[in-house]
Design a protein around this ligand. Structure first.
Ligand SMILES: C[S@@+](CC[C@H](N)C(=O)[O-])C[C@H]1O[C@@H](n2cnc3c(N)ncnc32)[C@H](O)[C@@H]1O
Length: 244
């Protein structure tokens, strides 16, 4: 059966993305001082937990129970109680207004094309009138290494459980979708005890294309920031700073 950010996928994510890198963190923190913050698609709290540690008033939501569970457990170890809930961005409604809504690490590219406008409208409806929305997307790749057959891409041991990750990759250029399939295997005492399959389609965008999409959705001011070394030495990513 297919799962989405299930238990095994969550353990692998947590193993190398437990806490946001300092450069990335500092960028988002620079918008957050004294603000009421919402992090849609907050996952394991990679960003939300360090925000809480800095005393920022932040809430989050995510559609994956396992990622939220990881976020809560991580918070508990630090005597924190993250305010997170299980919700989908395309269905998110709230009476609350937030000064800052942020969706880091390209997560918005996980929203299927048919739900993008609806999701953006939901975010707009919870922004304070002078609030800001910070969004990252996965940008159109220069080239894609197609992986037609299962290829092992990760292997780790956590508490005597061996987890193997395999993937297939196909770029559907006409749909601008990087279609990744993931398979996770849990092996305990040399026995395969669980397999998790996950479809992981990523909608990739050109920067101009995404800016047009934001304008079409009624967002007025759009500033594109470039964050150098944000995810670690040598990489660069862009963040859209959007006002209504
Ligand atoms: C790449 S992880 C990012 C997690 C976290 N924001 C971070 O910075 O590490 C993407 C997250 O988006 C969540 N997600 C994907 N589609 C979603 C949707 N439609 N509504 C809410 N959450 C979603 C997944 O469950 C996953 O936890």
């Amino acid at each position: 059966m297919k799962e989405y950010y299930g238990a095994l996928c969550t353990k692998v994510y947590e193993s190398d993305k437990s806490v946001a890198n300092n450069k990335e963190l500092d960028f988002y923190l620079s918008f957050a001082n004294g603000k009421k913050v919402l992090e849609p698609m907050c996952g394991n709290g990679r960003m939300l937990i360090p925000f809480m540690q800095k005393g920022i008033d932040i809430e989050g939501f995510d559609m994956s129970e396992e990622m939220l569970k990881m976020c809560m457990e991580k918070g508990k170890k630090l005597d924190l109680e993250p305010i997170v809930s299980k919700q989908r961005i395309e269905d998110f409604i709230s009476e609350e207004k937030y000064d800052l809504v942020m969706i880091p690490i390209g997560s918005f590219s996980l929203v299927p094309e048919t739900l993008v406008d609806r999701s953006l409208q939901n975010m707009k409806s919870v922004l304070a009138s002078d609030g800001k929305l910070l969004i990252t997307i996965v940008t159109t790749p220069d080239e894609v290494e197609e992986i037609p057959e299962w290829l092992k891409t990760n292997e780790l041991v956590i508490d005597e459980e061996l987890i193997k990750e395999y993937r297939k990759v196909h770029y559907k250029e006409d749909e601008k979708v990087l279609f990744i399939q993931l398979k996770y295997e849990s092996i305990v005492d040399e026995q395969l005890v669980k397999t998790e399959l996950m479809d992981f389609p990523i909608r990739v965008y050109g920067l101009g294309e995404f800016e047009d999409l934001l304008k079409r959705n009624g967002f007025k001011d759009v500033v594109i920031h470039t964050v150098k070394d944000g995810y670690g030495e040598g990489n660069v990513f862009q963040v859209f700073e959007i006002s209504i």
